[in-house]
Design a protein around this ligand. Structure first.
Ligand code: FAD
Ligand code: SF4
Length: 510
């Protein structure tokens, strides 16, 4: 009997596990653009264009390779607006006896698919996603019995497992596991940052842009200047562009933020890796090769590989280990709504305006903008994890629940009580000033703390430290902050707290 093979929008990999052993003459592949998936959050318009266009290109390729593909394009009047409805309909027309799919990247859909065998009355085989380096079982075996999980130790396991940047004797290349201490330079315009890799939209992409502009007009962001790759060939060219032009400086300026450059020396590969156009291991091997052939320094290559086989795998492991409870965590007891300027970028805080505006235009902001600007502000202001997580899930082209949630709820908001990160990434304006050139262009003064024109991050930082004394005073990595706070004169502390209260009371006007 024929099988129905469901391929999701982030599973655009020809050797995805759902296709292994499939029979092109008998089985049918189903792919669908449905309202339920496109509309469950306010997905950035460029993210929708990227995924719909990449899905259409992938389906075309499968058909050319001899597969039978049922592809449903999006239209608001389609009767079938959920994956379940499309699958049920196809089961009927094909008379198939089973559904085969690869495990999906979010709990919400995983729950639904797990019930299909009862709801649809057929066998549903959910296969592991072999595109990750560590399986879910491998991660949970590693995590077993550890009170706190530290990425660095997991990362070393992944280095050993993949052999990436390892000598024949099982030692890390360059004599160190981690070169992060070399990766904290401020960027002052030199060397110039490379132009990002751009692909001219083809006829399929142009059609999708029209569709998104018409039917998703109220979604965040813009389709203007869409230049992402939508095929594996173009994604590979984007990888080569990164290796040739950005990787050599990736490490040095990994933590830098610029008032004028959106992309700096970042890879801009996560949208492709996460939807299957690029394989994470191939990406890492290409970077390692650049070091072996003397085209990029070790601090850049190690730092880059750590992000992928370390952080990326680590957050995925945590997600599947602790969902669905993880999504409900709010250990700092935050209650504040997300300020509206996260959607408009209309704020006098230059760093926030720049990060949000780049996000709106590009469906992209680099890691330090996400962590130390928009994330840091939400942490200091005490925004509810749920609202800030929803924002991050909506606005980035690379955002999927499995990777967004631990990064935001755990790393940024410290809402999991320090399970993912040993201390909150809270910082005052001083940090942003050290790593960027925003402050000299800002309405607020970074060297002031209590005055009306003082940088909001400064008083909010101390407000955060003070209001969470119970949670953090005993943390050895935070002891110095509390000593600094306690050393300040009572009048100064009072003035900082008063300014913090005033900022929070007028947050929408900042
Ligand atoms: P680079 O900076 O060049 O890094 C190289 C690659 O490493 C990335 O392509 C990505 O695959 C991987 N990577 C780096 N850091 C992480 C990380 N912390 N977690 C997982 N992978 C990582 N990444 C996503 O892919 N999707 C998200 O929804 C997402 N949300 C984030 C939210 C917050 C608050 C923070 C702090 C980080 C988030 N990240 C997310 C991680 C990281 O910011 C992005 O992967 C990165 O900015 C993507 O751009 P790039 O390809 O230019 O990455
Ligand atoms: Fe951001 Fe403060 Fe600097 Fe303004 S002064 S850019 S608000 S850190």
């Amino acid at each position: 009997m024929a099988n129905l093979i469901l391929i999701l929008g982030d599973q655009l990999t020809p050797d995805i596990s759902a296709l292994v052993d499939a029979d092109p003459t008998r089985d049918r592949i189903v792919m669908a653009e449905v309202g339920e998936e496109a509309g469950y959050t306010n997905h950035h318009k460029k993210k929708l264009v990227l995924l719909f266009s990449a899905m259409r290109h992938f389906a075309d390729r499968l058909e050319r390779d001899g597969w039978q593909v049922h592809y449903q394009t999006f239209h608001p009047d389609n009767d079938l607006q959920s994956l379940e409805a499309v699958v049920a309909d196809q089961l009927k027309t094909l008379g198939a006896g089973s559904v085969i799919t690869t495990e999906c990247g979010e709990w919400r859909l995983h729950e639904q698919i797990s019930r299909w065998h009862e709801r649809l009355g057929v066998t549903v085989e959910i296969r592991p996603d072999t595109r990750f380096i560590a399986s879910k079982q491998e991660f949970s075996a590693w995590a077993e019995g550890r009170k706190q999980l530290r990425m660095e130790f997991f990362y070393r396991e992944m280095r050993r497992k993949t052999g990436l940047l390892m000598t024949g004797d099982g030692e890390p290349e360059g004599g160190q596991w981690n070169f992060d201490a070399d990766n904290r330079k401020k960027w002052t315009g030199k060397p110039p940052a490379p132009a990002p890799f751009r692909v001219q939209p083809d006829a399929i992409t142009r059609e999708v842009i029209e569709l998104v502009d018409k039917h998703f007009a109220d979604h965040f962001g813009t389709t203007e200047d869409f230049h992402f790759a939508v095929t594996p060939e173009d994604a590979k060219a984007a990888l080569e562009h990164f290796i040739d032009f950005a990787l050599p400086c990736f490490g040095d300026y990994q933590d830098a933020i610029s008032d004028t450059e959106d992309w700096l020396f970042h890879a801009i590969l996560s949208p492709y890796i996460n939807c299957g156009l690029l394989d994470p291991l191939t990406v890492c091997e290409a970077a390692a090769q650049a070091w072996y052939s003397g085209r990029a320094p070790i601090n850049a290559v190690e730092g880059f590989i750590r992000q992928i086989i370390g952080w990326r795998e680590f957050v995925r492991g945590i997600y599947w280990l602790h969902m669905p409870d993880y999504a409900r965590e709010n250990r700092l007891g935050n209650t504040r709504s997300l300020p509206w300027f996260y959607w408009t970028g209309e704020t006098r805080m230059r760093c926030m305006h720049k990060a949000i505006d780049a996000t709106r235009r590009n469906a992209y902001a680099h890691h330090i903008q996400r962590l130390m600007v928009t994330g840091n502000f939400a942490l200091l202001a005490g925004v509810t994890p749920e609202e800030i997580c929803d924002w991050y899930l909506a606005v980035y082209a690379d955002a999927y629940d499995w990777v967004e949630l631990p990064n935001v709820l755990g790393m940024v908001m410290h809402a999991d009580g320090g399970y993912l990160g040993s201390k909150p990434y809270a910082a005052s304006g001083k940090y942003i000033n050290r790593m960027s050139d925003h402050c000299s262009n800002c309405h607020y003064k970074v060297n002031k703390s209590t005055e009306d024109d003082a940088c909001p991050f400064n008083a909010l930082y101390w407000h955060f430290i003070n209001r969470h004394r119970d949670q953090f005073a005993g943390n050895p990595r935070m002891g110095m902050m509390y000593r600094n706070w306690d050393k300040q004169k009572p009048e100064r502390r009072e003035a900082l707290l008063k300014r913090g209260d005033a900022l929070l009371a007028t947050i929408e006007q900042l």
